[in-house]
Design a protein around this ligand. Structure first.
Ligand code: IPM
Ligand code: MG
Length: 372
C-alpha cells in the first residue's frame, strides 16, 4: 500500500540511536503484517554527523531529507559538543532541517494515558484524561530572525542580542493550521503571546483576531499571555484544547505541558510544512519531544515510546494510515495497562524493563491484536 514511500531515518545522538533501533523493529513488523512498507534510508545528524563529517548536517543528508516523504528523527546533542562553535553544534543540524524544509507547524500533543495518570507531578484528577495539543510556530521568531549576534562595544563590553520578528503571513499560516486542528478536536483554541510587552505579540494578536473573523468558523478562540498560560497549564491544564503560539513560547510551554503527563519519554511531535498544491505532498519530520539524554545513553534504559508514537504520528499525518497508527497506540496502551515500565515512568509495584523489553512487549501486543 505504501510501497515506494521514502522514509529517512536520522537517529542522531545519545539515546536517539537506541530508541530508533527499537522503533525500527515495529517498522519491520508493520511491513510484514500490515503492508505498511517504506523505502528506508538512514543518515547522520547532530554530533554523529559532526564526528563523521565535521558538520552537524551534510548537504547530502539535507537533500535526502527534502526528497523523503517523511523524516523520522531521534535526538541530537551531548556534553562532548558543548565547546564547539555555535554553527557546528548538534542542534544546528535540527534547526537547519526545520528551516530549509520550511516545517513551520510543530504539533506537540500532551496526552495522559489512563495507566500513567499517577506519574504526573500534579494530582491525578488534574491530569487524568488530559489531551491537549500545542501548536508551535517553528521556523520564525527569535530562533531565526536577524539581526542577532554578539558585538564588541566601544567601552570593551559586549552585547548579545536576538530579534523576535513575525510577519502577518507567518502568523496566518500557522493560525490556519491551528483552526484546522481545533475543528478536528473540541473546537477551542487559545492563542498565546505577550501583546502586553512585545510588538511581535501585538501583531500576533491582531493577526489572529482578523484571521479568526475571516476564517475561524467553528472555532472558539481566546487570547492569553504566555506567562499566564504557563501558570494555567499547571493550575488547570484541562481548560485547554489547542494552544497556538510562537517559536520560543512554544518551546517553553511544550516542555511544561510535557511534564504534566509524567514523562517526556512518552511524547511525540510532528513538524509539518505547507501542502504543495500540485503534488498534494508536504515536508514532514517526526521527533520525540525528549532530548538525547546523554546521562542514560548506551545503558538500554531509555523509553522508546516517544519515538514509537512519533512514528504513529508519521503514519497519520504523512500517510493517512490511521488504522495502523491506532493499532500501535492500542498496543502501547495495553502494555502500559499491564504494568510494564521503563525507568523514567516507573511506579511502585510495576515491572521495570529495558528499552528492548519494552519494545518486545509492544511487539507481543501487536501480534495479539493482529492475531499473528
Ligand atoms: C525542542 C528543543 C530544540 C528547540 C533544541 C534542541 C534546539 O528544545 O525541539 O524543543 O529549542 O527547539
Ligand atoms: Mg525544547
Amino acid at each position: 500500500m505504501a510501497a515506494n514511500k521514502k522514509l529517512l531515518v536520522l537517529p542522531g545522538d545519545g539515546i536517539g540511536p537506541e530508541v530508533m533501533r527499537e522503533v525500527l523493529r515495529v517498522v519491520d513488523w508493520m511491513a510484514k503484517h500490515r503492508a505498511v512498507g517504506f523505502d528506508l534510508q538512514e543518515g547522520l545528524v547532530g554530533g554523529a554527523a559532526f564526528d563523521a563529517h565535521g558538520t552537524p548536517l551534510t548537504d547530502e543528508t539535507m537533500a535526502d531529507a527534502a526528497a523523503a516523504d517523511a523524516v523520522l528523527f531521534g535526538a541530537v546533542g551531548g556534553p562532548q559538543y558543548d565547546s564547539l562553535p555555535f554553527e557546528q553544534k548538534p542542534e544546528r543540524g535540527l534547526l537547519q532541517l526545520r528551516k530549509e524544509m520550511d516545517l513551520f507547524a510543530n504539533l506537540r500533543p500532551a496526552i495522559v494515558f489512563d495507566a500513567m495518570a499517577d506519574s504526573s507531578s500534579l494530582k491525578r484528577d488534574l491530569v487524568a484524561g488530559l489531551d491537549i495539543l500545542i501548536l508551535r510556530e517553528l521556523t520564525g521568531g527569535i530562533y531565526f530572525a536577524q539581526p542577532r549576534g554578539i558585538d564588541e562595544m566601544a567601552d570593551g563590553s559586549r552585547k548579545g542580542y536576538d530579534t523576535n520578528l513575525y510577519t502577518t503571513p507567518e502568523i496566518e499560516r500557522v493560525g490556519r493550521v491551528a483552526f484546522d486542528l481545533a475543528r478536528k478536536r473540541q473546537g477551542r483554541l487559545t492563542s498565546v503571546e505577550k501583546a502586553n510587552v512585545m510588538m511581535s505579540g501585538v501583531l500576533w494578536r491582531e493577526t489572529m483576531t482578523a484571521l479568526h473573523a475571516a476564517e475561524g468558523d467553528g472555532v472558539e478562540m481566546s487570547h492569553m499571555y504566555a506567562d499566564n498560560c504557563a501558570m494555567q497549564l499547571v493550575r488547570n491544564p484541562k481548560q485547554f484544547d489547542v494552544i497556538v503560539t510562537d517559536n520560543l513560547f512554544g518551546d517553553i510551554l511544550s516542555d511544561c505541558a510535557a511534564m504534566l503527563t509524567g514523562s517526556l519519554g512518552m511524547l511525540p511531535s510532528a513538524s509539518l510544512g505547507a501542502i504543495d498544491e500540485t503534488t498534494g505532498k508536504r515536508h514532514a519530520l517526526y521527533e520525540p519531544v525528549h532530548g538525547s539524554a546523554p546521562d542514560i545513553a548506551g545503558q538500554g534504559l531509555a523509553n522508546p515510546l516517544a519515538e514509537l508514537l512519533s512514528y504513529t504520528m508519521l503514519l497519520r499525518y504523512s500517510f493517512d494510515m490511521n488504522e495502523d497508527a491506532d493499532l500501535i497506540e492500542q498496543a502501547v496502551q495495553n502494555v502500559l495497562n499491564s504494568g510494564i515500565r521503563t525507568a523514567d515512568i516507573m511506579q511502585d509495584g510495576m515491572a521495570r524493563v529495558s528499552s528492548t523489553v519494552m519494545m518486545d512487549s509492544v511487539l507481543k501486543e501487536l501480534n495479539k491484536l493482529a492475531g499473528v
